[in-house]
Design a protein around this ligand. Structure first.
Ligand SMILES: Nc1nc2c(ncn2[C@@H]2O[C@H](COP(=O)(O)OP(=O)(O)O)[C@@H](O)[C@H]2O)c(=O)[nH]1
Ligand SMILES: [Mg+2]
Length: 334
């Protein structure tokens, strides 16, 4: 996935210690979800296992335990049955490879839009219901971008609760990014307007917009979020420039993996209300049901860009479908 436009750092450039750290974050995130698969993995690790009813039933149980949902679990198992027979695959280890590939494909809906563009101001919106981890993820991404030498400014557009502005300001101080605030109850769009103005005046690379997470009707949601988008474009128009050429807009939906079916209905609501470019799945460290990512992606039809794997600033994983599938199907030695 290209997160950083042309300046994207190639994965293979990572030093061995960076690679080890990345792997340990994947493990931290998927530890519990993998426990859902461990019965299946232990079963196929016990010598030469036949690709028979017992195999498929163990697999089905693992998929359901991990919260793929009955329909998707069923579909995946029957896909594997058909593919294994078509391709003459008869060993459990070869079937495991087919499965891994399939799981990765299910998550690879399309290429992710780069998070930041090199030649335009990136405007990254964090949408999602209250408590899913929007503010925390904003801070993690701010850190990530700053580590790549991109300068950022945050808009405290969650003006619904005073504590929300304070929480973002504390992260700003800790991580070292400016936060543009307004009074409690102020119009979120006006704060975004001021933030984009600040960003253009100071030559920043990215504006990160924290939003309120009220559970809303589709119409209210659409209205509030589109007002925010319009505010950003208005600043550019006022300067006599073309927003289409000047701005790189990325709308992220932030979901809490521990909420299971709710995460799926939120994916549905938000993807119908606004144009989404990517998903963030937070708190995946706290659930055995990280398999919810599959129905979520199938619902929102946009790629997962990040996983939140804890409450600390470094607890973030740059998502890629292949690593996710591999991790899920690897039994860690303990
Ligand atoms: N375990 C875990 N906790 C998280 C993660 N992301 C956020 N949190 C916690 O979830 C709570 C809500 O996060 P917050 O960013 O305020 O959510 P917001 O209301 O969407 O802005 C806070 O206590 C965070 O520390 C994560 O990836 N893992
Ligand atoms: Mg918040």
């Amino acid at each position: 996935m290209r997160l950083f436009g042309r300046r994207d750092r190639r994965k293979q450039d990572a030093s061995p210690s960076e690679r080890t750290e990345r792997l340990s974050r994947w493990r931290k995130g998927l530890n519990r979800t993998k426990a859902s698969f461990s019965g299946f993995l232990q079963f196929i690790a016990t010598g030469e296992v036949e690709l028979g009813e017992e195999y498929y039933s163990e697999l089905h149980d693992a998929l359901v335990l991990a919260d793929l949902g009955a329909a998707l679990a069923e579909k995946t198992v029957s896909w594997l049955r058909t593919s294994a027979s078509e391709q003459g695959v008869s060993s459990a280890s070869a079937a495991r490879k087919l499965l891994e590939q399939r799981l990765a494909e299910m998550l690879a809906t399309q290429d992710a839009k780069p998070l930041v563009a090199d030649d335009r101001l990136s405007v990254i919106l964090f949408a999602g219901v209250n408590g899913t981890g929007k503010t925390t993820m904003l801070a993690k991404i701010a850190q990530l971008l700053q580590d790549e030498n991109f300068s950022v400014v945050a808009a405290a557009a969650d003006t619904f609760r005073a504590a929300a502005v304070e929480q973002l300001s504390i992260w700003g101080e800790r991580v070292g990014f400016p936060v543009i605030t307004g009074a409690q109850g102020a119009d979120p769009a006006s704060i975004v307007y001021n933030t984009v103005e600040h960003a253009l005046a100071h030559g920043k690379h990215a504006v990160l917009i924290d939003t309120a997470g009220r559970m809303q009707t589709k119409a209210a949601l659409m209205d509030e979020l589109s007002k925010i988008g319009r505010a950003a474009r208005k600043v550019v128009e006022k300067r006599g420039e073309d927003p289409g050429e000047k701005l790189h807009e990325v709308n992220l939906l932030v979901l809490d993996a521990t909420t299971g079916q709710n995460a799926i209905s939120q994916a549905k609501l938000f993807s119908e209300a606004i144009s989404l470019h990517g998903l963030v799945l937070n708190k995946i460290d706290g659930t055995a049901k990280g398999g919810v990512i599959f129905p979520v992606v199938a619902t929102a039809h946009v790629p997962v860009m990040f996983l939140g794997v804890g409450e600390d600033i470094g607890d973030i994983v740059e998502f890629d479908p292949r690593s996710f599938a591999t991790q899920l199907l690897t039994l860690d030695s303990v």
